[in-house]
Design a protein around this ligand. Sequence first.
Ligand SMILES: C[S@@+](CC[C@H](N)C(=O)[O-])C[C@H]1O[C@@H](n2cnc3c(N)ncnc32)[C@H](O)[C@@H]1O
Length: 253
Amino acid sequence: MRDVIPTGMGPDSEYLFARMTGLTLAWTEPAPGSRILDVASGPGGDVRSLAAQGALAVGVEPSSRMLGLARSLALEGEGPIPGLVQAWSDALPFADGAFDAALCKGSLDHFDQPEAAIAEMARVTRAQGWVVLAIANFESAACRLARGIDTLRERAGGAIRPGRRMYDVPSDHFTRYDLDLMLQQAGRSLEVERVEGISLGWGFPGWGRVLERLPDAAARGVVQALGAWARRLPRHADVVLLAGRPRASSTSP
Ligand SMILES: C[S@@+](CC[C@H](N)C(=O)[O-])C[C@H]1O[C@@H](n2cnc3c(N)ncnc32)[C@H](O)[C@@H]1O
């Protein structure tokens, strides 16, 4: 995770992760007894949070280490224990329409078969349920601007900075997403009804240091104001959240 978080946990990162998590979970419409699947649940924070709201939450994860960590954290906590199942996203071991909602947060770009995973999420979600996807946008305004500046600098003979640039896809990602690709892949299995951007400027070189120099309240205000723009400008936002209903062809009659 460290590799993907270029600015550490400054106010921009705090805003981005809090909003990404809050909105993703809210869009699944958790309610007591609702059946919600988290695909690639990792350490399980989201399934624990959904279970604490009364949902019958199930996390799916292929990694034994992640599942072990998720189980330990659930047992250490005081809330209800969510279901945790070992499986790949492109072969979900659940019946058609078994869930009221499915979510996949920050993981689709790690999958070798993301379209198959979205099709599986649509299949196991009931008709009129929600499939919610949160994905990093590598054509965000921050990525494009940083890339443009580096290109100009390199053309002018400036030194090429070593290491991964914030607009380079991390080595553990299979897919470099932008809004069009997200809509294209999601649209094959989902009727996409909601699209929203989360945060602007995250990871832009030097931006974290600028925010650090501001008084806390001012830094938070700037980040929130940019966040308000990002909501309406998902194409330029750092993360895109989209939600859709399973297409009729994705579920059994
Ligand atoms: C960045 S973590 C995200 C974890 C979690 N969703 C969160 O927001 O904390 C990505 C997760 O994707 C999982 N993963 C990678 N490839 C997968 C696949 N094909 N199917 C399901 N999960 C996969 C990894 O094991 C890892 O736990």
